[in-house]
Structure formats: C-alpha cells, structure tokens
Write a protein that binds this ligand. Structure first.
Ligand SMILES: [Fe+2]
Ligand SMILES: [Fe+2]
Length: 154
C-alpha cells in the first residue's frame, strides 16, 4: 500500500463512521462523534504535516490553500461537535454541517490533489506508508491532545 492508498483508506473510514452514525441509536451517537473527531483530526494532521507541503511543489495556485482553509473549517466544527455532543438537536445540526464540508473536501482531494501526487516517486514523500503509519501514531497522540475530549456531563 502506498501513501496515497493509505490516505484514501482513511477517507473511506471517515465515510463509514458517518454511515455508522446515521445507523446508530441516539445513545450511541455521542461516542461516534468522538470517533469521527479522532479520525478526521488524525487524517488532517497527516496531510498537513507530510502531504500538503509536497503537494505545493507540484500543484500551484490556491488549491492547497483552499484545502487548508477547509481543514480549519472542519476543525472548528469538530470542536463544536465535541462540545454539543450530549445535546441532541445541536449535535445533529453540527454533524450535518461537518458531513457536508467533509464530503466536499474528500471528493476534491481525490479528484484534484491525490491523482497528481500518485505520479510522484514514493520516495518523494520522504517516507514509506509503513514509516508514515509509525509517524502517524505520534500524530494521533498529538491530535488527541489537541482535541482534549471533554467528559460527559454528570
Ligand atoms: Fe484534507
Ligand atoms: Fe484527505
């Protein structure tokens, strides 16, 4: 599996979590919000650290700046979602917004960004997908620290 395959797999995982959310009973949804937050935050962290810097060398113009802005928008919605996940109405509204932004963002990357990176040598990434996997556990720890998931209300 190369780096791009790993990223696409993470996109599918995020989509599967949104589907699981829709299928889940109400009392399981707050926990799924946390899993969605983790999956999306980890993926964005990996892209911003290892993928976008490289993408900027082959994709000129504002495309990557837009992608970073969308990450910012998702980060904002994710932190909102973690705060409201115990309040049904606000949680549902925030999940809908987050899913719309994420669906658009993931589709654009797969259409415009990833195909152009696939043409590059694997070594251009500076690390293999195995090394990326390993580095990603550091990124995961950092992402989780940033999220600082709050406890449910008593
Ligand atoms: Fe992204
Ligand atoms: Fe992505």
């Amino acid at each position: 599996m190369d780096v791009i395959d790993l990223l696409i797999q993470q996109h599918r995982d995020v989509e599967a979590l949104f589907e699981a959310y829709r299928a889940a009973p109400d009392d399981e949804r707050p926990e799924l919000c946390v899993r969605l937050a983790e999956a999306l935050t980890l993926h964005s962290t990996i892209e911003e650290r290892w993928v976008y810097p490289l993408a900027r060398s082959v994709i000129h113009g504002p495309r990557i700046d837009f992608a970073v802005e969308e990450h910012g928008e998702m980060t904002q919605l994710i932190s909102e979602l973690l705060h409201v996940r115990w309040e049904q109405r606000r949680r549902e509204a925030t999940v809908r917004q987050l899913e719309a932004v994420a669906a658009h963002h993931l589709a654009e990357e797969e259409r415009d960004v990833y195909p152009r990176l696939r043409k590059m040598e694997a070594s251009a990434f500076g690390l293999s997908s195995t090394e990326l996997d390993r580095s990603a556990s550091d990124a995961r720890r950092e992402a989780l620290r940033q999220l600082a998931v709050s406890a449910p209300p008593p």
